[in-house]
Design a protein around this ligand. Structure first.
Ligand code: ZN
Ligand code: ZN
Length: 355
């Protein structure tokens, strides 16, 4: 009997949490050999998302360890399978939160892979479609991804600032597009962090009047620089009164537990409170605050592949990138601590040349 020849794997290295709550440490592992439609990226930059921290600490449960986090990836194509059409060696490509999906369900067919009915494959802390091969993320030298899940990166943008667009960017871009938010709309952005600063940039680029709602007075100057025309300190309740029935939309980027009711009352008739931050506990609101002006609470999760490409192209036209602090990978654990304290403006990005 012929023995099946095992495909040669590609050795690489990264930083991993070996188990829940462990600090990230250097870690050697293997990637698959590129298939005919796979692209091999040598990773240049990887953004540090809040969800990386939650997942390496297993705060959402069901963590797969060892875990190499990272889903805001920009890299250079080092190798492409023989049937790859979109990329040539030397091109810059990007990978976000997804590396595969079923491609057959209604959502996938509409380019809404993030809502795949059969479960999209996360870039890390997930299993490939075979249900058993763990995925490892972008805190690493090399990643191999099917070309359909690799985005083209416009050549006029600073690559370290592009990396966070792959999660923080698309997470805020997608709901703004879905609800056709733009000129003539008043938009409140709740929370100025990785997500919030992108929400301000996009909403103002789309022509909306943007108000930053923040608990931190130190964020006022930044929010105006990013494109907000107003800043409201929400810790002083006297500031909230004039905002009653004011907004058409609120983009809520806060992932700590909070009561939605005061913000719902800031929405005008038919206003929508859009959640993109995910508090770990069930959230509270007064139903009457919804009923009173036919308001809604909605949510939105990242974006599909076509929309993510559209966002990158939009960013190219409007020269939008994320505001970043570039770090060495050896400083990742310290960066996690600083991120927990809100001490980053507004995204850490790992320079993978330091690995
Ligand atoms: Zn993320
Ligand atoms: Zn699907």
């Amino acid at each position: 009997m012929l023995q099946t020849k095992k495909k040669k794997m590609i050795a690489t290295k990264g930083y991993a949490a070996l188990d829940a709550g462990s600090p990230l440490l250097p870690f050697s592992f293997e990637r698959r050999t590129p298939g005919p439609r796979d692209v091999q990226l040598e990773i240049l930059f990887c953004g540090v998302c809040h969800s990386d921290l939650h997942q390496v600490r297993n705060e959402w449960g069901r963590g797969i360890f060892p875990m190499v986090p990272g889903h805001e990836i920009v890299g250079r194509v080092a190798r492409a399978g023989e049937q790859v059409k979109k990329f040539s060696i030397g091109d810059v490509g990007a990978v976000g939160c997804l590396v595969d999906s079923c491609r057959e369900c209604d959502n996938c067919k509409q380019g809404l892979e993030q809502y795949c009915e059969n479960g999209a494959v996360g870039t890390y802390n997930s299993y490939e479609r075979d249900g058993k091969t763990p995925t490892y993320g972008g805190y690493s030298k090399t990643i191999i991804v099917h070309e359909d899940f690799v985005l083209k990166v416009p050549s006029n943008l600073a690559l370290e600032g592009v990396a966070p667009l792959l999660c923080a960017g698309i997470t805020t871009y997608s709901p703004l597009r879905h609800w056709h938010i733009g000129k003539g709309h008043k938009v409140g952005v709740l929370g100025l962090g990785g997500l919030g600063h992108m929400a301000v940039k996009f909403a103002s680029a789309f022509g909306a009047e943007v108000t930053m709602l923040s608990t931190s007075p130190s964020k006022e100057a930044d929010s105006k620089r990013l494109g907000a025309s107003k800043f409201v300190l929400t810790t002083d309740t006297a500031n909230l009164k004039p905002l009653r029935n004011y907004f058409d939309f609120i983009i809520d980027t806060v992932s700590a537990p909070h009561d939605y009711s005061p913000y719902l009352r800031m929405l005008n008739t038919n206003g929508v409170h859009i959640c993109v931050g995910a508090p770990p506990e069930p959230s509270q609101f007064r139903t009457m605050a919804l009923i009173a002006n036919r308001r809604s609470i909605a949510g939105s999760n990242i974006g599909g592949l076509p929309e993510t490409q559209e966002m990158l192209d939009f960013c190219s036209s409007y020269h939008i990138v994320s505001d970043v602090e570039v770090i060495d990978i050896k400083d990742i654990n310290a960066a996690f601590e600083r991120m927990l304290n809100g001490d980053v403006r507004y995204r850490f990005v790992i320079d993978m040349a330091t690995l």
